[in-house]
Design a protein around this ligand. Structure first.
Ligand code: UD1
Length: 430
């Protein structure tokens, strides 16, 4: 079992290059099978969720070739199956994007029910409602979501709540439908805009992405394209909070500062210095950190995917902070682990009441999911002494070379395979 061995206490200092956005790359990969032409994708992150989705696409006949680590050539001209149910794909949430993509182009899809992080109930009713509104028949049968349509016809679809996944899935299903589709109360996340830009570069007609109302005029065919995926706002934010918790000075490079506004706003409230340039943001945490209040909300609100990371930093800030999670009801599972490191946090329902402490101390802890796992690594880097983090496979789902990037900032962290290697790390760094 792979673990992270960490010796905390060093402020993280330096520059770190941010990769392509996982949550944009996943739907974009799926949408690339909606043309028979070749699609070139750049800035594709080399993380487990992406590689699982790519493998599932190859299993149904998509030809995928890496020109380099982050550039892939895809051709879906010879798809030989519409059924996707391998064991790996069941573990990732984004498998559901293959329904929108296959249904949109071929009018038929059978995809295993999605997995993903266990952070609360993760319904797919809004996706299904959207597919049905376009004329598809959707059933759940033996663990598969089956979607079929004679033809898809555009419709007016109102989303009962804001869903990133459902907005993008419906966008794909509607792109080649007859006539016009309007998605109302759509998600506005940067990755929704990125998917729309990508599909428009393939000849789709999607307007309004990034606002509440997305209007799609169906086209009969999509063509090949060469597209670069946007930088990952969550990876960037994670390194920004790593800088803060360790009282460091980190510049995240290759980012779109606008996408980080809700994060930089909170960092300023906490007393950090922020220096923004065109494509990088520097965070300096030289003063004592101040408490604040945070509520996770759909974009442009504070992202739920940054909630554990800011909590880790607030637990080291003066005074009492309040963090409210409004998107997923079960996203405070990591708090027990953080308590082992000395944090003082009380969770009541979907609210965490945090009494700042002056330091963490190292402990043996387990990553409960992707973002919380990354947050616990940050806590361990800030802590006094040694920590061991188990179940790092969660973290590898969404962060490329996480420990290497942290090492390059001066973090004492290594990926180890067993107790002996862990012991060696302790002797070396002790
Ligand atoms: C995506 C991201 C995830 C991020 C989340 C919110 C991917 C693979 N995952 O997840 O990292 O945390 O956006 O930014 O991109 N809901 C329903 N019915 C549905 C769909 C969603 O009730 O059909 C609810 C969910 O339970 C949740 C809320 O809507 O409470 C938001 O979910 P959604 O935006 O769909 O998140 P995901 O797309 O699953």
């Amino acid at each position: 079992m792979l673990q992270y061995a960490i010796k905390g206490g060093n402020p993280l200092v330096g520059e770190v290059e941010i990769g392509g956005a996982k949550n944009a790359a996943l739907p974009i990969l799926a949408a690339s099978l909606m043309t028979d032409d070749t699609v070139y994708l750049d800035n594709l992150p080399d993380v487990r969720d992406i590689n699982v989705l790519l493998a599932a696409m190859e299993n149904i006949g998509v030809m995928a070739k890496h020109a380099s680590r982050h550039r892939v050539t895809l051709n879906a001209g010879h798809i030989n199956s519409f059924v996707i149910e391998d064991d790996n794909i069941k573990r990732i949430r984004a498998s559901y994007y293959l329904i929108g993509a296959l249904l949109g182009k071929y009018r038929h899809a059978e995809v295993a029910l999605p997995g993903g992080c266990n952070i609360g109930s993760r319904a797919i009713d809004l996706h299904i409602k959207g597919f049905r509104a376009l004329g598809a028949e959707v059933t759940i049968d033996h663990g598969l979501i089956k979607a079929n349509a004679e033809k898809l016809v555009g419709n007016h679809i109102y989303m009962d709540s804001v869903s990133v996944g459902a907005t993008m899935n419906i966008m794909m299903a509607a792109a080649m439908a007859e006539g016009k589709t309007t998605i109302e109360n759509a998600a506005k996340e940067p990755h929704v805009v990125d998917l729309a830009n990508f599909m428009n570069s393939m000849g789709a007609n999607i307007k309004g992405a990034g606002t509440d109302v997305i209007r799609i005029k169906g086209v009969s065919k999509l063509h090949g394209t060469d597209y670069t995926i946007i930088p990952d706002q969550i990876e960037a934010g994670t390194f920004m909070f790593a800088a803060v918790a360790t009282k460091g000075d980190v510049t995240v490079k290759n980012v779109i500062p606008k996408h980080l506004e809700s994060i930089t706003a909170k960092l300023l409230e906490m007393g950090c210095e922020i220096d923004e340039e065109d494509d990088c943001v520097r965070v300096v945490a030289s003063k004592p950190l101040k408490h604040t209040q945070v509520k996770t909300l759909p974009y442009p609100g504070f992202p739920t995917d940054m909630q554990p990371q800011i909590t880790v930093a607030l637990a080291l800030s003066e005074g009492t902070s309040i963090v409210t999670e409004t998107i997923f009801e079960n996203r405070f599972k990591y708090v027990d682990e953080l308590t082992k490191m000395g944090a003082s946090i009380k969770v009541e329902g979907t609210t965490a009441i945090i009494d700042g402490v002056s330091k963490y101390t190292g402990a043996s802890i387990t990553a409960p999911d992707l973002r919380a796992g990354a947050a616990l690594v940050i806590a361990a880097l800030a802590a006094e002494g040694f920590s061991t983090i188990d179940d790092i496979n969660y973290i590898q789902r969404g962060y490329e070379d996480f420990h290497l990037k942290l090492q390059s900032l001066g973090g004492q962290i290594e990926m180890v395979e067993n107790g002996v290697e862990n012991q060696k790390f302790r002797l070396k760094t002790g």
